[in-house]
Design a protein around this ligand. Structure first.
Ligand code: PGA
Length: 271
């Protein structure tokens, strides 16, 4: 895992957006995996700025969101489609038909997962998956005990996730089930970008980066992915044992990239 520790939330969002911009500059029809939640909001507003400055276009980009609440109507203000419209899609030149979220209103939720997986496959697969991390270590809505090989499916949310989600949405009652990409789906992305900021993410980040790989800490599965970049602010990195080593590696890898380019990026474009 590549672990970047930056001074604050603003720096995390700038660095995260730069990785997306560099990908779009090299591959104008890239497939992006997107996340909701508080963490990526600043990254999205940076992307909007780069679009408005004319640096990138989303005309040929496709997106797949990690998850969607089960059973909320399409126009409900708390559903993730509305979140994405507000924080990104309404402000860029993306085609709505190229933006995908799991269907939360299907008569048979068990059919939604396989259909979503087929759509991702038909798009050529996700080039870059953006992730936040839950207080309980979840990625997407893959709660602790999720199979590390899971695919897109309906999932019952834990109490801690329900409480966190409720905080963001005021008084209204939110569904206790969601349709989420599985950990196996996320692991198929060519590159994964995990962002975390704030002290309340220090423990899940430590478990994800330095703990044993375990379904009790779903993000720890990423240790087995070939190309993961974890971008943290100082608070989210504060429990990491090898903090100083990661900073040292970051400096060294900047030197290597300047001299020889980024091996993985070359690989990414050729796949
Ligand atoms: P947050 O949520 O970005 O609102 O902290 C992250 C998550 O639950 O995955």
């Amino acid at each position: 895992m590549e672990v970047l520790i930056l001074e604050d939330e603003t720096a995390v969002a700038i660095q995260g957006a730069m990785l997306v911009v560099e990908l779009i500059e090299k591959k104008s029809n890239a497939v992006l995996g997107l996340a909701t939640g508080r963490t990526p909001i600043q990254l999205y507003s940076n992307l909007i700025n780069y679009y408005k400055q004319g640096r990138i276009s989303f005309e040929h980009i496709q997106t797949f969101n990690l998850d969607e609440y089960y059973g909320l109507s399409e126009n409900h203000p708390s559903n993730f489609r509305q979140f994405m419209q507000r924080h990104l899609f309404d402000h860029i030149d993306i085609e709505t038909t190229n933006t995908h979220l799991p269907n939360s209103n299907s008569n048979n939720p068990r059919l939604v997962g396989p259909a979503y997986e087929a759509l991702i496959k038909a798009s050529g697969g996700i080039d870059l998956q953006i992730l936040g991390i839950g207080r309980n270590g979840h990625i997407g809505f893959n709660e602790p005990s999720s199979s590390l090989a899971s695919r897109t499916r309906i999932k019952t949310l834990t109490n801690s996730t329900l409480q966190d989600n409720q905080l963001g949405s005021g008084k209204e009652e939110l569904p206790d089930m969601a349709i989420t990409m599985g950990i196996g789906t996320i692991m198929d992305a060519r590159r994964v970008l995990l962002l975390a900021v704030g002290k309340n993410k220090a423990t899940p980040v430590r478990n994800a980066v330095e703990g044993p790989i375990s379904s009790m800490s779903p993000a720890s599965a990423l240790q087995a992915h070939q190309y993961v970049t974890v971008i943290l602010d100082e608070d989210a990195a504060s429990d990491l044992k090898l903090r100083d080593y990661y900073r040292w590696v970051h400096l060294k890898s900047e030197d290597i990239k300047a001299k020889y380019g980024n091996f993985y990026e070359i690989d990414l474009l050729e796949r």
